[in-house]
Ligand binder design. Sequence first.
Ligand SMILES: C[S@@+](CC[C@H](N)C(=O)[O-])C[C@H]1O[C@@H](n2cnc3c(N)ncnc32)[C@H](O)[C@@H]1O
Length: 230
Amino acid sequence: MTRASLEKQPHEVASMFDDVAAKYDITNDVLSLGQARLWRKEVAKAVHARPAEKILDLAAGTATSSLPFAATGAYVVPCDFSIGMLREGKKRHSWLPFTAGDATKLPFRDETFDAVTISFGLRNVQATEQALRELYRVTKPGGRVVICEFSQPTWAPFRTVYTEYLMRALPPVARAVSSNPDAYVYLAESIRAWPDQAGLAGLLRKAGWSDVAWRNLTGGVVALHRGVRR
Ligand SMILES: C[S@@+](CC[C@H](N)C(=O)[O-])C[C@H]1O[C@@H](n2cnc3c(N)ncnc32)[C@H](O)[C@@H]1O
């Protein structure tokens, strides 16, 4: 079983997700205490996909995050570099055009998509800024980006309780439900090491995105960042 370290070596990250693929979605629902479904609804609203639009769902894994966009009549491309996650997704949603690709070197032409989005994926990419530039490159002028990622709860007392949950409660729960509990130790560590809301907004601007803003969900446990390619 592979567990990535905070160096986020791409082969370790991909192999770690290969290991958890079969039970990934159910583990998510349990560990997020049911919040994952609510977060996905908010991502769908923020992306606001319209019929016939081309949407890239990067780091899509099993494509649970892609389904709300497909439901609007948009053409959604789920892309990921874990073959295990892609296989599991293809078993469940065979009609979706699953594509193998690395966030830092996307297999798409310039200015292809109306909207690009990434849910719970960017934190796992070793070269964050390069991935943000790649997302920008494949977006049409006027197109939009939506990033859904764990962030920092804004209310200090809640932040303390949440950090305790991450470091103490999450690993034993993961041991009970996941096929690779160590992957969830990495999850807790990588969330703690991730930039806060303003920090990620700064990285988006640096990569070229305009009109960058964010909205907190569940008190800032998750943040939705958005931006536009001008
Ligand atoms: C936590 S899962 C999220 C899956 C899905 N977006 C969701 O919301 O359920 C993170 C995904 O990011 C993918 N990933 C991590 N680094 C990547 C990279 N450099 N390129 C493409 N995919 C990557 C992993 O393989 C994994 O499937």
